[in-house]
Design a protein around this ligand. Structure first.
Ligand SMILES: Cc1ncc(COP(=O)(O)O)c(C=O)c1O
Length: 421
């Protein structure tokens, strides 16, 4: 298994101190440098050690309290160090979106993977078959959402000589106009029939993603989740799960509706086998200062806790051409920008090192390598100052950085999180 701490620090990792060139990541972490004075270059993305620890604990406790198993979506961070911590915090396994991500997980020793997508690529299926056959301890559960998909999977697995059947769950689409997933219960039954006609696939449950319910609101999301649990119960009643299926898998749940998932899954009637109720939230791990700040279920259930935004992107003012304009050196290459622009939160004064609120300072646009900043009259900001920004959308924040300093509140960098996108 790759030892991430022994990887060399060099030009591949933006923002890391040039004078750390050649050290291993472990050696650099042991130096416990300060983010502001320890030789890092701007822009630099910092991940709060305390907030990540808090978020990991909070969702672990949430899942446990509500009787949910947890396979956090790993596409959010693609960071095996965080997967290890999620598993140490009780996760059943890690969710993936595509076979490439499964390869990353396997290379780092993840034993249970929920692949929330249909796979019809014969090359990927051949690799999956070999991986399953080589390791009896490896469990993979994968979506199937069409009769043709089941046929293609069967064909590829048969040609690959797969010895173990691949566990599949039928994906129920989240409604008309939603993303993937069979649209009707009858379509789902036809897919299940197609699975049953193979020897290479084994039906173990049902799944879907309530985050794609069109015009999702509490009522529509709950209604769709009830369709999903009814589908599981209907399949069970119809004897669609084979005698060798020890537990029935029912899975849904990103980071915007896990309260609804917990509620509806709690009402699932007893089935003929134990049920693995699998939640797949991923974005919770870093949370954010935009999309998920607005959408988190904890806004509706504050008595159950609150996630903490863990990212802060530090960029430096490189130009202040007018009293109303400033430009910093972080752009689209560095900041999530697909949902909202970054939010200027604090300024670190280049003269004194003091940190103050970014009053009157707003990010109005991003170029590839610049942030466009508008300053109101009287806003204090000069060339050289660092602007600390909050970001919206964890997935597109992680993916712009390959080695992310994990920073304590006082600025001490305690570790570096390696991502594999
Ligand atoms: C199928 C599926 N499951 C789970 C998730 C995780 O949701 P979130 O990113 O809100 O945590 C996603 C995210 O896109 C998804 O597509």
């Amino acid at each position: 298994m790759p030892d991430l701490a022994s990887e060399r620090v060099d030009h591949r990792f933006k923002a890391l101190p040039p004078d750390a060139e050649g050290l291993t990541v472990g050696e650099l972490a042991a130096q416990r440098r300060n983010l502001f004075t320890g030789g890092f270059t701007t822009p630099v993305l910092a991940l709060s050690a305390e907030s990540v620890a808090h978020n990991l604990r909070l969702l672990e406790e949430y899942a446990e309290r509500h009787g949910l198993a947890f396979a956090p979506h790993g596409k959010t961070s693609m960071a095996p160090q965080l997967f290890d911590r999620q598993i140490a915090h009780g996760a059943w396994g890690i969710t993936a979106a595509v076979p490439h991500q499964v390869r990353v997980y396997r290379a780092h020793g993840v034993a249970r993977i929920f692949l929330a997508n249909e796979v019809v690529d014969p090359v990927a299926l051949r690799w999956i078959a070999a991986e399953l056959d080589a390791d009896p301890g490896f469990r993979l559960v994968c979506y199937v959402d069409s009769v043709r998909g089941a046929e293609l999977m069967d064909q590829a697995l048969t040609e690959a000589g797969a010895r173990r059947a691949l566990d599949v769950v039928v994906e129920l689409g989240a409604g008309d106009g939603a993303r993937t997933g069979a649209r009707t219960e009858a379509d789902c039954a036809a897919v299940a029939d197609a699975v049953a006609a193979t020897r290479t696939l084994r039906l173990v449950g049902v799944a879907g993603y309530e985050g794609e319910v069109p015009d999702g609101d509490p009522e529509r999301v709950r209604a769709w989740l009830r369709r999903l649990t009814a589908l599981a119960a209907g399949f069970d009643k119809a004897g669609r799960f084979g005698a060798d299926v020890e537990e029935i898998v029912v899975s849904a749940g990103g980071s915007a509706w896990f309260d609804a998932v917990a509620e509806v899954f709690a009402d699932l009637p007893g089935l003929s086998r134990p049920v693995l109720k699998l939640l797949r939230s991923g974005a919770y791990v870093s949370h954010d200062d935009g999309q998920y700040r607005e959408k988190t279920p904890f806004n509706r259930i504050p008595e159950e806790g609150a996630l903490q935004p863990a990212f802060r992107l530090w960029s430096q003012v490189v130009s202040r051409p007018t009293g109303a304009q400033a430009f910093t050196n972080a752009g689209k290459r560095d900041a999530a920008h697909d949902l909202h622009l970054p939010e200027a939160q604090v300024v670190r004064d280049a003269r004194t090192g003091a940190i103050r609120p970014a009053d009157g300072i707003t990010v109005t646009g991003l170029s590839d390598q610049h942030a466009w900043v508008r300053t109101e009259e009287g806003a204090e900001l000069e060339v050289g100052d660092w602007v600390g920004m909050g970001l919206s959308h964890p997935c597109t924040s992680f993916d712009k950085w390959q080695l992310i300093p994990l920073v304590e509140a006082d600025g001490t960098v305690v570790d570096y999180i390696r991502t594999f996108f």
